[in-house]
Write a protein that binds this ligand. Structure first.
Ligand SMILES: *[C@@H]1O[C@H](CO)[C@@H](O)[C@H](O)[C@H]1NC(C)=O
Ligand SMILES: *[C@@H]1O[C@H](CO)[C@@H](O)[C@H](O)[C@H]1NC(C)=O
Ligand SMILES: *[C@@H]1O[C@H](CO)[C@@H](O)[C@H](O)[C@H]1NC(C)=O
Ligand SMILES: *[C@@H]1O[C@H](CO)[C@@H](O)[C@H](O)[C@H]1NC(C)=O
Ligand SMILES: *[C@@H]1O[C@H](CO)[C@@H](O)[C@H](O)[C@H]1NC(C)=O
Ligand SMILES: *[C@@H]1O[C@H](CO)[C@@H](O)[C@H](O)[C@H]1NC(C)=O
Ligand SMILES: *[C@@H]1O[C@H](CO)[C@@H](O)[C@H](O)[C@H]1NC(C)=O
Ligand SMILES: *[C@@H]1O[C@H](CO)[C@@H](O)[C@H](O)[C@H]1NC(C)=O
Ligand SMILES: *[C@@H]1O[C@H](CO)[C@@H](O)[C@H](O)[C@H]1NC(C)=O
Ligand SMILES: *[C@@H]1O[C@H](CO)[C@@H](O)[C@H](O)[C@H]1NC(C)=O
Length: 759
């Protein structure tokens, strides 16, 4: 009795061993090496993230709270070694899941076998019905038949229709067959259509294997990952040992478009702060991804993690020092060097040409020495214990600033110089909870001054001599301008390691957010848009012509236009601006600005004129009209640059198809058309063909009050207007989170090019 039990156990053991070894050999040949776990979290906390060799990224999960919905439920059967993953509670085994929206499963193969009497001895026609919104990947898989007297079909459902396709495999002798060739001789392949979610296989024979039985008595059919199957004549016989082959499935979330999914924020699956949404080219629903510069699982709340490009020299192009930023990086040159610090750019160069450097260096050295000595002498006498603060004061351009401010003393409204302790108190010691914005160049804090004024405090990230120059520049320019549509600079602080600027607090964020955040854009009416445009044009016009010395802003963009609670526009960020001496109309400068807004003529010639601001303003106007971003890598190539796209749309008279919903609904068609024509004229390639900012402001002012005055002739005004299709834009772009008024977030948005011949 005991003996018999042992024998039985041994038999069971051998069966288990052979079956597991045969199945592991077949699956290891197909699924290649198991994907290693990535170096970021892929599953929800306290959820299984790996079953055997299979990663289980959220939205997939093995237990109740771990998956997005029933469809993404995975059974991890621990009785196997290693454990195996199955789709839902079915017997469909999964060997790989990728966050790109693919998974690999093992699917049974069909076979059809005959004996020498031409009668069928075994037959199987397997099928697979996928859970809703999982579809068979149409590019990675092929329907394949192996046999010498056979034809077969793959059929099932796609969308709500039936489909059927198939092929024929014949041969007369084994010599006819060729290694690797699957074109009808002993093997045939055909592609399957898109959007297939139900697959049924059928095999048939022409002659019941009468003439080929001697060397081939079975045929096989399967949908297989193309790269996992290469035909060999041996497969006519050795496929009998194979039970299942891998197949690639595309998965996605829900059955609606990105736009529809974003309507319902509670079920919108792109949960990570930075994650974006796209529509797969096969199947239903939408998928999420982390944008460039980020990696991780976009379906988890904090899934997309910033890549520290500085840790890996093949990810950044910095010659010397690299500073990681959210979504990108910055190249910095060490002290005593200048240049853009980029390996593919000018790199870090020590000083200028030798002769120039000697002369300039000597002169500068003497001046600086004198200044420093004089200043140090005074300061040391005054307050010895404040050595540290004073060091920062010099470093931050304090002397330069003080001098310039003293020269402008007569103007009543000069900026105040704050002490560091004052600002520390105001921001609760730069507490993280006071941060209201973060960008490439630094952080903006909210602060409360002792007199109960709320202020915004801008703190630069890096101490870079070039930025000190910009910082001083901004202080000088802003302290000159006094206009209700310009952010008011209250003062600055020079005693900290990085300079701090203190502005009036603008409560309602940037225009960029209001135009590109879906919820906010909906409440931004046409009248408000027009008002913001008019005010912005007004202030630019003032800067160009009315201010005591003309000022070119140089970085006009929606992210630099702030809005207060009454939606009054406040132009900000004068870090790049230029004062134009009255007798000069154009300046040779380094090209600087933001891609998407940058005047093409200026980019080519390096000649900065007021018309460059007109161009950038034109782009902002188009943003207001269309709700699209100035530059978006999510759009098709020809639509990437909004200005060019808009001009081509205007040319084709399709304007009303790309307008923002509110503009279409509320805007008077004729006035909308006039604004569009005005935007078009601002975007003229030749600066001379663009209107001046003053003309633009007058035209907008006229449209705002509805007067008849018109600068531009609306030649093709009221055509095409009946085609106000309210059909959604398939390319809706997810709101990009908070953006501040301080500069650029990633390298691809920012350019600084050298002027010919250097400075
Ligand atoms: C795991 O697989 C074994 C063998 O196929 C089966 O008997 C068992 O029911 C499975 N367990 C689960 C939880 O599906
Ligand atoms: C799988 O689950 C569904 C519903 O959850 C149930 O109807 C079905 O019977 C289950 N199938 C098996 C094989 O357990
Ligand atoms: C088919 O041929 C193989 C050998 O080539 C043989 O082992 C097998 O039994 C045959 N099958 C049938 C159903 O006759
Ligand atoms: C084939 O048919 C003959 C007679 O018709 C019969 O004797 C023989 O057993 C059959 N062979 C098989 C494999 O069925
Ligand atoms: C093949 O076999 C089927 C039944 O097994 C029979 O009906 C059919 O006539 C046969 N065809 C040929 C060409 O022998
Ligand atoms: C086809 O035959 C080749 C050569 O024997 C073999 O390496 C391969 O695994 C076979 N393909 C399948 C799917 O069994
Ligand atoms: C798919 O979406 C439509 C609406 O777009 C809805 O009516 C339908 O029920 C959805 N189907 C499933 C299976 O969720
Ligand atoms: C939004 O999603 C939640 C959770 O999935 C669902 O209960 C609710 O019905 C959805 N609302 C709409 C308007 O689709
Ligand atoms: C199909 O699979 C290939 C390779 O795995 C992948 O590149 C492609 O994006 C997939 N198709 C879709 C629509 O996801
Ligand atoms: C650096 O990045 C490259 C390109 O993405 C990658 O192939 C390589 O493995 C990375 N090296 C390290 C050490 O992470």
């Amino acid at each position: 009795m005991i003996m018999g039990f042992h024998v039985l156990q041994i038999i069971l053991l051998t069966v288990a061993l052979t079956s597991s070894s045969s199945s592991s050999s077949s699956s290891s040949s197909s699924s290649a090496a198991a994907t290693p776990p990535p170096n970021f979290p892929i599953a929800k906390p306290n959820c299984l993230n790996r079953c055997g060799n299979v990663n289980i990224p959220f939205p997939f999960g093995t237990t109740d709270d771990c998956y997005e919905s029933e469809n993404f439920f995975i059974t991890c059967n621990q009785t196997f070694n290693p454990p195996k993953a199955f789709l839902k509670n079915s017997s469909i085994e999964i060997t790989d899941i990728s966050l790109d929206g693919q998974l690999r499963l093992l699917q049974f193969i069909a076979h059809d076998c005959y004996n020498r009497n031409r009668t069928r001895v075994s037959y199987s026609d397997p099928w697979i019905y996928l859970p809703v919104f999982f579809t068979v990947n149409n590019t990675a898989n092929k329907f394949t038949i192996v046999g010498c007297d056979t034809y077969g079909f793959v059929s099932g459902r796609r969308l709500n229709r039936n489909y059927q396709t198939g092929c024929t495999a014949m041969c007369d002798a084994e010599d006819d067959l060729a290694e690797g060739s699957c074109t009808g001789l002993g093997c045939c392949q055909t592609s399957i259509p898109k959007e297939v979610w139900r697959v049924e296989l059928t095999l048939k024979s022409y002659e019941n294997y009468s003439y080929v039985w001697g060397f081939n008595n079975c045929s096989y059919g399967f949908v297989v990952e193309e790269s996992a199957f290469t035909f060999s004549p041996k497969n006519l016989t050795n496929l009998r040992n194979v039970e299942r082959l891998p197949m690639v499935i595309d998965w996605a979330i829900g059955n609606g478009s990105c736009k529809e999914a974003q309507m319902n924020s509670s079920s919108y699956a792109c949960r990570s702060v930075n994650s974006k949404c796209y529509k797969p080219s096969n199947g239903y629903g939408y998928r999420c991804y982390c944008p460039e510069g980020y990696q991780g699982n976009p379906y988890l709340v904090h899934g997309c993690k910033d890549i520290d490009e500085c840790q890996n020299s093949s990810l950044n192009i910095c010659e010397k020092k690299c500073v990681n930023t959210a979504g990108g990086f910055q190249c910095v040159c060490p002290k005593g060097y200048h240049g853009d610090g980029r390996r593919d750019g000018r790199g870090c160069i020590r000083g200028e040409s030798l002769a120039y450097k000697l002369a300039a260096g000597f002169a500068l050295g003497v001046i600086i020495l004198l200044l420093a000595a004089c200043w140090l002498h005074l300061e040391l006498r005054r307050r010895r214990q404040n050595k540290m603060k004073q060091k920062f004061f010099v470093q931050n351009g304090g002397i330069l600033l003080q001098e310039k401010l003293i020269r402008r003393e007569r103007s009543s409204d000069t900026a105040k110089i704050f002490s560091s302790s004052e600002l520390q108190k105001a921001t609760d010691n730069f507490n993280n909870s006071m941060i209201i914005g973060q960008g490439g160049y630094g952080t903006v804090y909210k602060g409360l001054l002792p007199d109960n004024r709320i202020v915004a405090i801008k703190k630069s990230k890096v101490v870079d001599p070039n930025q000190i120059e910009q910082f001083v520049n901004e202080v000088i320019i802003l302290s000159q301008v006094n206009h209700r549509n310009v952010v008011k600079l209250l003062g600055c602080c020079l005693e900290t390691q990085v300079p701090l600027l203190v502005y009036e607090f603008i409560s309602n964020g940037t225009l960029f957010e209001h135009v590109h955040n879906k919820a906010k854009a909906r409440s931004l009416s046409w009248e408000t848009r027009l008002k913001i445009a008019t005010e912005t044009a007004g202030v630019l016009s003032y800067l160009h012509s009315s201010a005591s010395t003309p000022i070119i802003h140089r970085d006009v963009k929606s992210a630099n236009i702030l809005l207060d609670h009454t939606f009054t526009a406040k132009v900000s960020d004068f870090g790049a601006s230029k004062l134009v001496p009255l007798d000069q109309t154009q300046l040779s400068t380094m090209v600087q600005g933001t891609f998407g807004y940058l005047d093409p003529e200026y980019m080519q010639t390096n000649q900065l004129t007021e018309k460059s601001d007109v161009y950038s303003f034109g782009v902002v106007l188009v943003e207001l009209l269309t709700g699209m971003k100035a530059l978006s890598y999510d759009r098709p190539e020809e639509e990437r640059n909004l200005a060019n796209f808009f001009l081509s749309v205007m040319k084709q008279e399709r304007l009303f198809q790309i307008l923002e919903d509110n503009v279409v609904r509320e805007g008077n068609k004729e006035r909308v058309m006039k604004v569009a024509v005005l935007a078009k004229s601002c975007l003229n390639v030749r600066g001379d063909d663009r209107p001046s900012m003053k003309e633009v402001a007058m035209e907008l002012e006229g449209l705002k009050v509805g007067a008849k005055h018109s600068w531009v002739q609306t030649e093709n005004s009221a055509q095409d207007m009946e085609s106000l299709l309210s059909e959604g834009f398939s390319g809706y772009i997810n709101g990009a989170g908070y953006s501040t008024s301080i500069g650029f977030d990633s390298l691809r948005d920012q350019i600084i090019l050298p002027v010919d011949g250097g400075r």
